[in-house]
Design a protein around this ligand. Structure first.
Ligand code: C5P
Length: 226
C-alpha cells in the first residue's frame, strides 16, 4: 500500500494536532506537530531575552539559529514530545506566555526556512501527517490530502481555555480569546507563508462536529487516496 502525505492546516485551536495524531496512529504514519517547533524556538528566544513585551531582537534570533536543535522523541506512551537542545520542553512550550510570542517569531523568514527544511526532511519518504499553518502551501505542496480546519473564534477559545485550566494555568477566558484571534490575525497577514487555504485543500468547519465524526471523515478521505 502506498504511503501518502497528509497536510492539516488551519486556525489556532481547531484540534488539528489531535486529529492529525489520531490519523497517524491509525495509519501507522509519522505525526509531526509543526507548531511545537515554532513554540520551541519561541521558548529559546524568551529564555535568551531575545523577545519580551517591550522588544524583539530579530538579528540576534537569526544569529542564534545555529544554536537551536529541535528533535521529537517518543515518551513511554508513544507520544512524540518536543526537545530543545536535548531538553524535554513539551510542557513549557504550551503556556500562554509562549502562545503570546510565537506568532511574531514565526514571521521571521530565516526561522521558517530552517524549520521547513527539517519538516521536509522528516516527510521525504511519505507516510506522514503534519499539522500547522503552511504545510499544504509550502512544506508539502504536493501532499495527496490537504485539509484546512476552522471553527468560530468563540468555540476555539473555549476549547483552548478548558485545556489550559486542566493543566492548572490561571488565566481568564478573555485572555485566551484575545490570544487565539490575535495569532490568527498575525499568521494570516505575515508576508512569508501566510496562513491560507492551500490549493486543493478541503475546508472543514468543525464548530459543531464532534471529534469522532471528524476523525472518521478524514480517515475516509485518506483511504480514498491510498
Ligand atoms: O499549531 P500551534 O497553534 O501550536 O502553532 C503555534 C504558532 O506557530 C502559530 O500560531 C503560528 O504562528 C506558528 N506556526 C507557523 N507555521 C506552522 C505551524 C505553526 O507559523 N506550520
Amino acid at each position: 500500500m502506498r504511503k501518502i502525505t497528509i497536510a492539516i492546516d488551519g486556525h489556532s485551536s481547531t484540534g488539528k494536532s489531535t486529529v492529525a495524531k489520531q490519523l497517524a496512529d491509525y495509519l501507522g504514519y509519522i505525526f509531526v506537530d509543526s507548531g511545537a517547533m515554532y513554540r520551541a524556538v519561541t521558548l529559546f528566544a524568551l529564555r535568551k531575552g531575545i523577545i519580551s513585551e517591550s522588544h524583539f531582537d530579530k538579528e540576534k534570533l537569526i544569529d542564534s539559529l545555529a544554536e537551536i536543535q529541535l528533535t521529537f522523541k517518543k515518551n513511554k506512551e508513544e507520544k512524540a514530545e518536543m526537545y530543545l537542545n536535548d531538553e524535554n520542553v513539551e510542557k513549557q512550550i504550551r503556556t500562554l506566555e509562549v502562545s503570546e510570542f510565537v506568532s511574531p517569531i514565526a514571521t521571521v523568514s530565516e526561522v521558517r526556512k530552517k524549520l521547513v527544511e527539517q519538516q521536509q526532511e522528516m516527510g521525504k519518504e511519505g507516510g506522514i501527517v503534519m499539522d500547522g499553518r503552511d504545510i499544504g502551501s509550502v512544506v508539502f505542496p504536493n501532499a495527496e490530502l490537504k485539509i484546512f480546519m476552522t471553527a468560530s473564534p468563540q468555540v476555539r477559545a473555549e476549547r483552548r481555555y478548558k485545556e489550559l485550566l486542566e493543566r492548572g494555568d490561571t488565566i481568564s477566558f478573555e485572555e485566551v480569546l484575545e490570544n487565539v484571534t490575535e495569532r490568527d490575525q498575525i499568521d494570516s497577514n505575515r508576508r512569508d507563508s501566510p496562513l491560507k487555504i492551500a490549493e486543493g485543500a478541503i475546508v472543514i468547519d468543525n464548530s459543531e462536529t464532534n471529534q469522532e465524526d471528524q476523525f472518521h471523515m478524514l480517515l475516509q478521505l485518506a483511504k480514498d487516496r491510498i
